[in-house]
Design a protein around this ligand. Sequence first.
Ligand code: CP3
Length: 348
Amino acid sequence: MSAHQQTAASPFIRACRGESVPHTPVWFMRQAGRSLPEYLKVREGVPMLESCMRPELVTEITLQPVRRHGVDAAVYFSDIVVPLKAIGIDLDIKPGVGPVVADPVRTRADLARLRPLEPDDVSYVTEAVGMLTAELGATPLIGFTGAPFTLASYLIEGGPSRTYEHTKAMMYGEPELWADLVDRLADIAAAFLTVQIEAGASAVQVFDSWAGALAPADYRRYAMPASAKVFDAAAGYGVPRIHFGVGTGELLGLMGEAGADVVGVDWRVPLDEAARRVGPGKALQGNLDPAVLFAPTAAVETKAQEVLDAAAAAGTGHVFNLGHGVMPNTPPDALTRLVDFVHRATAV
Ligand code: CP3
């Protein structure tokens, strides 16, 4: 039986499809990583990007939160910039900073550096996904990619940014260059997702983490066509496609329209309101404020119940998650208790 068939009856896949579930499924963005002492231990002395290229290490790190928290899905341990590194872009992930690109992409001549991604460029991904699906059995593995806009922002700025000044200067000032850049990134992102799906990932998430920097009309014109190309490339496989961004309350309808089956929502918009913005026929994922996990258990449970009540009012499929990634200092036990709470509170 294929990995896709083995996971089809899982609560996570059923919720993504809006089907009935025995309990609301839970996973956390950044569930693997610095919140876990066992992660810090295996990463000792191994740079972030190197850890993404070692299949045994990827497998171990991906499985750690599944073992510890009993989450309903695993998320493949990698980073959104891995496919860019794999085609030869000179970049690094600096601890406490994020991705840093040695020579930012700013001109038409720079586009030549963005060659297509071939499956052989990321053979370690194929290998690790194969090892993971064998270990995970009926627990789904979520593959992911960065969306073209968010990837472009790192390439153009040369690193993380609050203002996206160079990105927007190109977008508004040289719209044809911008369109060609995000189109190339769409092909790279689509190829990276396809590798993960063909190796056995049961669902995929497109992270457009920084799309919230755009007004809806600009998102529609400058970001959505390239994102839609990524969603279209994954459509034929029949695996649920999740679309996530931060500060994207005004974009939720468009993010669904780009081709998602599930729309991720940060903590700023309650899920019943999100459902109105997204429209019928799509599931929702979210949306507990990650900072709530620093509060006492009773407060965490009150806030989690509010999320569950809003999801029930939304009347759509619901995958419980945080509104953004787990923060590095989050107490791991708070996450384990939260998984247990959501399972108990929604058991039928
Ligand atoms: O558990 C998981 O969610 C899977 C692993 C994962 C990582 N990065 C591992 C990682 C995923 C899904 C990502 C995606 C990613 N990477 C995004 C989109 C998600 C989001 O948070 O919005 C973005 C914007 C990046 C770029 C990036 N990589 C940032 C901003 C950082 C943090 C820099 C820092 O040190 O604060 C990284 C590094 C990174 N990616 C780490 C991990 C576990 C930390 C590096 C370490 O542990 O040494």
